[in-house]
Design a protein around this ligand. Structure first.
Ligand SMILES: NC(=O)c1ccc[n+]([C@@H]2O[C@H](COP(=O)([O-])OP(=O)(O)OC[C@H]3O[C@@H](n4cnc5c(N)ncnc54)[C@H](OP(=O)(O)O)[C@@H]3O)[C@@H](O)[C@H]2O)c1
Length: 294
């Protein structure tokens, strides 16, 4: 639900300018799996592009039929024809097939003025630039809630990426949730550890709380309902109140009460240190994998 629904045929000025930003733009998706589809869906839902301006490539013919039927986009099993003459080429394949894709597209498939936008985890800009012999590159670290338009995408761009291309990037990523620009690729390794890997931490905490509820005697479905709404409400509370989490936590911690008792155990068990170590380990791993991929 959005709080600003508009009557049919009425476009806000932001929507109009976002649309104009994509006038005549042709975009090719290399790899049209979960994330590629989420981006296509978002672009069409926001009416940034007409379906005929989008080409999706994928190796499986059933997948292509599915995408063409559902979204009306052009489809092909040939990556080169999906990339050739496009204004934006989105690399949305798994990291293990990136080498093969770069080899395929490296031979002048990308037009000189195009933008290459990569969401491939752990693939440094340098590798893509070298593989494609192309300079205007945006690298993005999205996360899984992007699949429902609630993602956090952190991105950076090479100096050769023009202002209009940066605006287009913002609009494309806004279709997946929130986007945040960083001015150095190092921050992408940090974002990988914090927001990219973040859903894994949250789901683990979610699972642990549900199990704790079951341990006390709640039926699992009730424990799930209580935990999910508590997490959702706490996030919204933190977001809307704009107060520091410590302040919000103090508000529910009465002297000698249940929260104080539980927090004492969490601190004693080293929760903060474990979280900090986990995020640090993910950051180191991201840098290590990026180094291997150069
Ligand atoms: N999912 C997320 O939330 C998320 C978050 C952060 C980053 N990422 C990154 O986003 C990228 C895509 O992830 P995903 O979850 O969308 O993966 P996915 O669902 O597996 O999509 C990749 C697609 O590429 C296709 N493909 C395989 N080989 C190809 C080739 N040579 N040329 C063109 N297409 C090919 C695959 O087809 P087949 O299925 O037939 O092999 C599949 O449809 C990955 O690099 C991942 O690291 C994803």
């Amino acid at each position: 639900m959005t709080g600003t629904s508009k009557g049919a045929g009425h476009l806000g000025s932001r929507e109009v300018s976002a649309r104009l930003m994509f006038t005549e733009t042709q975009i090719g998706f290399i790899g049209s799996g979960v994330m590629g589809e989420a981006m296509i869906k978002g672009l069409l839902a926001q009416k940034l592009l007409a379906p005929q301006c989008i080409v999706a490539s994928d190796p499986r013919s059933e997948r292509l039929v599915e995408l063409a039927e559902q979204y009306g986009v052009q489809v092909t099993a040939d990556n080169v024809s999906a990339a050739r003459d496009r204004d934006i080429v989105v690399l949305a394949v798994k990291p293990q097939v990136l080498g093969e894709v770069l080899n395929e597209l490296g031979n002048a498939a990308i037009k000189p003025g195009a933008l290459v936008l990569s969401i491939v985890a752990g693939a440094p800009i340098e590798r893509i630039a070298r593989g494609l012999n192309h300079q205007a590159i945006v690298r993005v670290m999205p996360n899984t809630p992007a699949q429902i338009g609630m993602g956090m995408s952190v991105w950076t761009a090479t100096p050769a990426t023009g202002e209009a291309q940066r605006q287009q990037t913002r609009a494309i990523l806004a279709a997946l949730g929130e986007e945040f620009f960083v001015d150095h690729e190092d921050y992408l390794d940090m974002a990988t550890a914090l927001s990219g890997t973040g859903p894994a931490y949250i789901f683990l905490v979610m699972e642990a709380l549900i199990d704790a509820g079951v341990h006390m005697g709640f039926p699992r479905w009730i424990a799930e309902r209580l935990v999910l709404q508590t997490m959702r409400g706490s996030v919204e509370f933190a977001r809307t109140s704009k107060r520091h989490p410590a302040e919000l936590r103090n508000m529910v911690t009465s002297p000698g009460g249940t929260s104080a008792e539980a927090l004492y155990q969490l601190e004693k068990g080293g929760l903060r240190t474990v979280i900090s170590k986990a995020v640090w380990a993910a950051y180191q791993k991201s840098k290590y994998l990026g180094g291997l991929n150069k």
